[in-house]
Each structure stands twice: as C-alpha cells, then as structure tokens.
Design a protein around this ligand. Structure first.
Ligand code: AMP
Length: 291
C-alpha cells in the first residue's frame, strides 16, 4: 500500500531511511505518461517515490496555475496501482520554511539560476519558468536525495536545464524517458483534459509538423531554417496559434537558431489550440529514435 505524505518534512524523514530511491517529480493530474516514468523508477531502484506539487514558481500565467487540476487522492490511487512506494505533496511554505516574504512569495534572490539551456524557446515564451523549475527541482532533490530522477523527453528543454543543474550542483542520475503518446500521436499532457473533441483532433497538428521535419531530415535536409519553414507551413495549414516551431542541436543548445548543416537535431514546437498551450518535440536524427 502506498504511503501518502502531506509535508516535505515528513517526506524527508521517510526518504532518509531508504537506500536507492527512484524519484519522479510531477505536478499531479497524472496520466499514462507520468505512470510510465513511475513504473521505470520502480523497476530500476529499490523503491519509487513521486512528488505532486503544482509549483507556483514556474507559472507566469496565474489563470493557468489556478486551473491546474488538483486531485491528490486520485493521483495516489493511480500511483499505488503501478507500485509507487510513497507520494508526497506540500505547500510553498512547507518546501521553503522560513524563506518566504510576508505576502507568501519566495524572494527573487532565493531563485536558482537555471543556466544557459533556459535561454530561448520556452525560456523566451515563459519568462521565469525555468528559474522556478530549477529552484523547486533542487529543493525536491534535497528532500528526497534519490539515486535516480526520471523526467520526460516531452519537456526537452527542461531535461537540459535539470541535467545542467545537476552538473553544476550535484544530485541524482537523470534518466530521460521517451514521450508517451495517445494513439493519434498527440503527446500526453495534463492540459489535454481541457481540449474538446474537435480541439483534440486539431492538436495533432503538432505531431504532424514534427513528422514532416523528421521526413525532411531523413531525405537529407540539414539546415535548421529550412526545417523550421516546413514546420511553419504545416502548422499554418492546420490553423493553430504558433508560439514557435524551431530546430536546435540537442547536444549544443543555443538560444537562437543554429546556422549551417546540423549533425544532430531536435525539432521543438509550442502552439495554442482552443486557448490551451501545448508543447512537443522530436529528435530528427537516429540517436533519438526512442523519443
Ligand atoms: P508535469 O506533471 O507536467 O510537471 O510532468 C512531470 C514529469 O512527467 C516531467 O518530467 C514530464 O516531462 C513528464 N511527462 C509529462 N508528460 C509526459 C509524456 N507524455 N511522456 C513522457 N513524460 C511526460
């Protein structure tokens, strides 16, 4: 039976007695994509534990934060069924005891520098997002002290930020798991719940654009700008509101588009469908076939 804990202090005590923990940080509203991470964490470690915390530090949009579905009991049931040993949650005050301002916010000086991988794309469209991610992930690692932590390739830029954080400050081994998709190809996301039937169909525009970039790469297209144009044409045809559709070298992140022929590539897309912001990405070279 899963152990449910409601404060980071309780979680810290529970984790302290365990040898090799596999850890999956989440914001809850769990779906099959999250559960795949948890199954793997349980398989590869002595036990798996999960955090469920809708982190206000990483939301620029207050409405998006408020609307995020919260169902700790439901999430705990799903986690129990896949062999998770412990799930915990907490409040900002619980994660940062004695560190908050009078208005309940974290002082800007307490935010961690998310490093150079936070520049560009998501970093441009969601200012402050990655500082919020880096700050909570570092605190979660400090609470759990896992051997391994599991992240989804769906949030590609986030995986770079977290790997960089661990390189600079230490922490667990970071395991990146492939993006879990619905049969239509749509990347699973807690935000998909907000899509109506028609919008759900239109949301496949993201994976269509990525597949077009993948096909063009296979045919020999190596320039980021050319691949970008193909994705834009496809997304424009599908009438979704594009935030960005870009290509980067996954091993040498740049905030702007790399010039010249690429040896490795990841295509990344963010777009709004019916007011819901969705992101997705795909490795174009063989290296990333699994994601
Ligand atoms: P979130 O609850 O959205 O913060 O996600 C928690 C973790 O689950 C992150 O590492 C995400 O990248 C990962 N995740 C979310 N959706 C998927 C998906 N469709 N496939 C794989 N991993 C995912």
């Amino acid at each position: 039976m899963i152990v449910e804990l409601h404060t980071p202090a309780d979680a810290r005590r529970w984790c302290a007695g365990r040898a090799r923990l596999g850890f999956v940080p989440t914001m809850g509203a769990l779906h099959e994509g999250h559960l795949e991470l948890v199954r793997r964490a349980a398989l590869e470690n002595d036990a798996a534990c999960v955090s469920v915390f809708v982190n206000p530090l990483q939301f620029g949009d207050a409405q998006d934060f408020e609307r995020y579905r919260r169902d700790f009991a439901g999430d705990a049931r799903l986690l129990d069924a896949v062999g998770c040993a412990m799930v915990f949650t907490g409040t900002l005050a619980g994660f940062f005891p004695g560190e908050l301002c009078a208005d309940g916010s974290l002082p800007p000086a307490a935010l961690l520098d998310p490093g150079p991988c936070a520049l560009g794309l998501e970093g441009d469209h969601r200012p402050g997002h990655f500082a919020g991610v880096a700050t909570i992930v570092a605190r979660l690692f400090d609470v759990v002290r896992p051997a391994r932590a599991y992240f989804g390739a769906k949030d590609f830029q986030q995986t770079l930020v977290v790997k960089d954080l661990v390189r600079r400050s230490g922490g667990p081994e970071i395991v990146v798991c492939p993006t879990s998709r619905e049969p239509s190809g749509l990347a699973r996301s807690s935000r998909n719940e907000r899509l109506g039937d028609v919008e759900r169909g239109r949301a496949t525009a993201l994976i269509c654009a990525l597949r077009i970039a993948h096909d063009e790469w296979q045919k020999g297209m190596r320039k980021a700008a050319s691949l970008r144009k193909c994705m834009y044409e496809s997304l424009t045809r599908d009438e979704v509101e594009i935030d960005y559709a870009e290509v980067r070298d996954p091993d040498a992140w740049t905030s702007t588009e790399p010039a010249g022929a690429l040896e490795r590539a990841v295509a990344l897309v963010a777009a709004r469908v019916g007011g819901v912001r969705l992101i997705d990405n795909m490795r174009l070279d063989d290296e990333g076939r699994a994601s």
